[in-house]
Design a protein around this ligand. Sequence first.
Ligand SMILES: C[S@@+](CC[C@H](N)C(=O)[O-])C[C@H]1O[C@@H](n2cnc3c(N)ncnc32)[C@H](O)[C@@H]1O
Length: 253
Amino acid sequence: MINMFSNKALRSSYLDLMEKCLLNTIYEDPSLHTGVYEAGVREKGLDCPRTAHTMIGTLRLRNLRNLTETVLSEKVPGDLIETGVWRGGACILMRAVLKAWQCSDRRVWVADSFAGVPPPDIVNYPADHGDVGALHTFKELAIPLEEVQNNFRKYDLLDEQVQFLRGWFRDTLPVAPVTRLALIRLDGDLYESTDVALRSLYSKLSPGGFVIVDDYGAIAACRQAVGDFRAANGIAEAIQDIDGSGVFWRKRR
Ligand SMILES: C[S@@+](CC[C@H](N)C(=O)[O-])C[C@H]1O[C@@H](n2cnc3c(N)ncnc32)[C@H](O)[C@@H]1O
């Protein structure tokens, strides 16, 4: 009993420290755009950090940890995937959770162009006009594959349990060699990126598995893609808010 408790406490301490490193709250990493560090802004993932390995903020990163630990403790079968990874921090956290739980039979799928957001395809996805359609011009969103791999390496977490899917989602996700998923984290911003990921991956999600949508509260096009997919597929599971931007739902068992 004493050993079990201390293992659990150690696991928790490791993951607490991973969160702080991935968000770089320890050294109060400033925003890339304002040059200022604001704890409340970083907590809600409302800025783009200069060097931290994720921009999703403390609350959404903790949600990802909690849901990953839930699928492990409740033995929901399948791998874990994030579509839209930037510097890789959220995927690094998922790999760290697998390590902390000594789980060697699940993989983390890391899907991105590693070249930024695609130009909007307004003909097929008219919702991607306006502000969201300009994201392809944001050079800070284009992080090369080698840099993301190197970020995993810095935490000693780059191994065969991490699989990279490089390219536009429309090309990679429909043919990805993923068979079963326990958790899907969508962070591709656009209607197209959200829609393609849901169409390609949702049928592979195990009952009891989770879908997390990073931009649901922040980007109307993303919210519309989720709403359209849920309506078309009769998905009625309740959407739960994380921090005003991120949401998740759990697939019925
Ligand atoms: C907001 S960032 C993701 C942030 C990341 N989840 C984190 O933890 O900080 C969006 C990412 O989605 C990728 N992306 C968006 N749409 C895409 C698409 N259709 N195909 C491939 N990559 C895409 C971009 O390259 C970028 O890395």
